[in-house]
Design a protein. Structure first.
Length: 301
C-alpha cells in the first residue's frame, strides 16, 4: 500500500494505491464521512490481482475541502475526478463505489463513460432525494415507524450535521471499542480505516468531515437527481444493496423499483449487511470484483 499526494489548482488530493500498473485498474470512491482507507480490507486481499486506486474525496481524509459549496456540485465533482485520474495517467478502469461515491461514479459515467469498463456500486447510486423524502414522509405517519421524518433537504442537512457535531469520544481506544461493536469481524484493517476518518481536537476524537462539507454533499445529490441518468447506463453496472436494518427494506424496495423501471442496472441484495456493506460482507464484494467486474460471470439472483 502506497500513499500518494497530488495537487489540483490549489487543492491537495490524497489517496492510496495497491498493486502494479500492468494489471486491471479499479478506482474506489468512498461514502460521506469515510476515506480512501475504507477499502483497505478489499484492496489488501486483491492487490496481487488488480491495481487499486482509492481516493479521498474533497473534505475527507487528507484531501483539502473545496472553498465553496458550488464546487461540490456533481458537474464539478466529475471534472475534479477526471483531472485526478488524468494526473495519474489512468486509462480505462473499473469503478468500485460506495454510497455518496456511487452517485459520483454514475455521474462520471454519464460524462466520461468511455473510460469506465464496468461499475460495482455498494449500497449507493439508487437514492433519489425527492423520492426518498416522499417515502419517508408517508412512513412517518405510521404508529410503528421509529425513525426521524427526514422529508426535505433541510431536514436531512440538520439531522446529518447534528449527528456529526455530536460525534465525540474521549480517546481513540474508546472510539475503537464502540466501532468494534458495529462489525462482527473487527480487525486491524478496519481499525486503520476507522482511525483515518477521525482526528483529535482539544483532547477529543472527532470526525474529520465537517458540517459544511456534509451540507454541500447533501445539496449536490439533491440538485443532481440520480434517476435522471439511469436511462443512460448500459448493462455494465451491478448494484449490491444492504438488507439491514430491516426497517429500511420498505424504503429500498420503492427506490429500487425506480432503478429497475429506468435502467439496465443489475441489482443483488446482500444478506446480513448494513450500509457499510464492504465491511460487513467483504467476501461478497471480492467475489463481485473477480466475477462481475473482470470476468463478467457474476450470477444474478
Amino acid at each position: 500500500m502506497n500513499e500518494f499526494f497530488l495537487s489540483l489548482d490549489h487543492y491537495r488530493v490524497r489517496g492510496h494505491v495497491w498493486g502494479e500498473k500492468h494489471v486491471p485498474t479499479i478506482i474506489c470512491l468512498h461514502g460521506l464521512g469515510n476515506t480512501c482507507l475504507s477499502f483497505i480490507e478489499i484492496a489488501e486481499e486483491l492487490k496481487e490481482e488488480y491495481r487499486i486506486i482509492s481516493i479521498d474525496l474533497p473534505g475527507h481524509g487528507k484531501t483539502d475541502k473545496f472553498d465553496t459549496e458550488a464546487e461540490y456540485e456533481m458537474g464539478n465533482m466529475t471534472t475534479w475526478l477526471y483531472q485526478v485520474l488524468e494526473e495519474m495517467s489512468v486509462g480505462e478502469f473499473y469503478f468500485l463505489a460506495h454510497s455518496y461515491g456511487a452517485d459520483i461514479a454514475l455521474h462520471f459515467m454519464k460524462e466520461y463513460g468511455s473510460q469506465v469498463i464496468k461499475t460495482l456500486l455498494l449500497d449507493g447510486g439508487y437514492t433519489t432525494k425527492e423520492l426518498f423524502y416522499r417515502i419517508v414522509d408517508e412512513l412517518s405517519s405510521k404508529p410503528d415507524w421509529k425513525w426521524p421524518n427526514i422529508n426535505s433537504v433541510e431536514k436531512e442537512i440538520h439531522y446529518t450535521t447534528e449527528s456529526f457535531h455530536s460525534f465525540e469520544y474521549p480517546s481513540y481506544e474508546a472510539f475503537y471499542i464502540e466501532e468494534a461493536k458495529s462489525y462482527r469481524d473487527w480487525n486491524e484493517d478496519k481499525k486503520a480505516a476507522s482511525k483515518d476518518y477521525v482526528k483529535e481536537v482539544d483532547g477529543k476524537i472527532k470526525l474529520i468531515v465537517d458540517s459544511e462539507v456534509a451540507r454541500s454533499v447533501i445539496k449536490s445529490m439533491a440538485n443532481s437527481p440520480i434517476n435522471k441518468i439511469y436511462s443512460q447506463t448500459e448493462d455494465n453496472v451491478l448494484l449490491l444493496v444492504a438488507t439491514l436494518p430491516e426497517e429500511f427494506t420498505v424504503i429500498n424496495d420503492a427506490l429500487l423499483e425506480d432503478v429497475k423501471s429506468n435502467s439496465n442496472i443489475e441489482i443483488k441484495r446482500i444478506e446480513d449487511a448494513t450500509h457499510m456493506l464492504h465491511w460487513d460482507q467483504p467476501a461478497v464484494v471480492i467475489e463481485g470484483i473477480r466475477e462481475f467486474l473482470v470476468k463478467d460471470t457474476f450470477i444474478k439472483s
